[in-house]
Design a protein around this ligand. Sequence first.
Ligand SMILES: NC(=O)C1=CN([C@@H]2O[C@H](COP(=O)(O)OP(=O)(O)OC[C@H]3O[C@@H](n4cnc5c(N)ncnc54)[C@H](O)[C@@H]3O)[C@@H](O)[C@H]2O)[C@@H](O)CC1
Ligand SMILES: [K+]
Length: 503
Amino acid sequence: MRTAYSPDQIRTAEAALMAGLPAGTLMQRAAAGLAVVCARLLTGAHGRVYGSRVTVLTGSGDNGGDALYAGARLARRGARVVAVLAGSRTHEGGLAALLAAGGRAVAFTEEALGLVGDADLVLDGLVGIGGGGALREPYGTLASATADTPALVVAVDVPSGVDSGTGLVAGPAVKAHVTVTFGAYKTGLFVDPGATHAGMVELVDIGLRPHLPGPDVAAPADGDVAALLPRPEAESDKYRRGVVGIAAGSDTYTGAAVLSAGGAVRAGAGMVRFASSAEPVRLVRARWPEVVTTILDTASGVSLDAIGRVQAWVVGPGMGTGTEAHAVARAVLSAEVPVLVDADGLTIVAADRALLRRAAPTLITPHAGELSRLLGVPRELIEARRLEHVRRAADELGVTVLLKGSTTLIAETGLPVRAITTGTPWLATGGTGDVLSGIAGAFLAGGLSAYDAASCAAHVHGLAARVAARGGGTGKGGGAGGGEAPIAALDVAEALPAALRML
Ligand SMILES: NC(=O)C1=CN([C@@H]2O[C@H](COP(=O)(O)OP(=O)(O)OC[C@H]3O[C@@H](n4cnc5c(N)ncnc54)[C@H](O)[C@@H]3O)[C@@H](O)[C@H]2O)[C@@H](O)CC1
Ligand SMILES: [K+]
């Protein structure tokens, strides 16, 4: 599991580590690691470090110091290094080291701005974990210039303009190809929009690990998900593997039902029971003959008694928001098993929050718009401050929350937020969320906690989308020349077995 920490956690750990070391040791460790990565990138792109052009954007804090010492190391290997001094102060030791190694330094001017475009590699040492709010000038202008340069852009610790504690970008920000971060990952590198600005993130060990507390955010890798997933054993039967109930679809919206059921079937549920009105039941039976279906008669009040035992429920996709749908949601949420609420189910609980007051675990899977209705907060604010709002939703609603997005976030009170980055932009298409609900429902029924079921489902869903976009599933999303192509939601369900085999 890759783990990330808030700037306060990092500073506390650094203080503890520094207490036992000569002054400046950590900065030297950081700069050495940074220079190694830069040298490797330059060698990869141009065959050598010697003669390459490096521009160091230098702010007034220690982030600038790291960049200057790394610039000095590159200058000693023959790189032509120029530092653009953008701050009101400059790290003295770092500047002296750069000049002694044959580098140059210039003040910020229009001309200096040209050095961003003329470099082979730009090192962003404007601000690190000490940054706050939108970048002031001239930092903002320099950060914007990194978007247009043909150079490799390497951010020092954090891309300047990205809030290291939240991933928030409040103005111009450096868009890096690679971010070299020190000691531990910073939360803002895992959460969009910060994660996108960071590019590939490389961690340089400076000895911080023994001093770190429990993480702020954690990003599971394939192996972590594989270890969590329920695997059938010799004595497993369909009941032990987990029976998931799905209450989804309506005579108006039938597709969501087929997709949610498909997600559950392909993710390995022992059995899927499906309950809805006649038309979605007919279509689910036609597409997934292994699903056991029940036509719900809502005329005389909803009862789930005839459906048989389930270990978890999924409620909401395509079910509508009328009186009958409300009655179904109420019946499902009064069951004493874990329940996943999605889509129309979220609209229903937004209007009747009391439905979420229950003893068994509840997982909700909103996108930013649905969370906006649940919290009464504008959608744009949720998009900009995803971490804050996913946590707030978990605390306020007392449930596990999976917030969909380019990085999916999962929050439960008292636990690190999980960040899932396996997705692809091709996933932003209608119906993929319905597939996710089925996958997570299958994992809940298989015995995972809501937190782990949500994390594993989002991870596997993202992998399946990638497989499908490359044409590797049985879906029809095959891209020419090994590239990626658009996918349909059912392709994601069909690619699940291939994705699970990859773990
Ligand atoms: N503390 C440590 O032990 C270590 C720190 N290291 C480096 O030190 C960095 C932190 O250094 P600092 O605490 O000096 O802080 P930074 O260098 O990250 O930034 C602080 C400076 O930026 C200015 N600033 C803040 N927000 C700004 C904005 N929006 N626009 C323009 N200027 C802004 C501040 O006025 C201050 O001068 C880390 O990110 C890392 O790069 C590393 O050398 C490893 C060891
Ligand atoms: K930086």
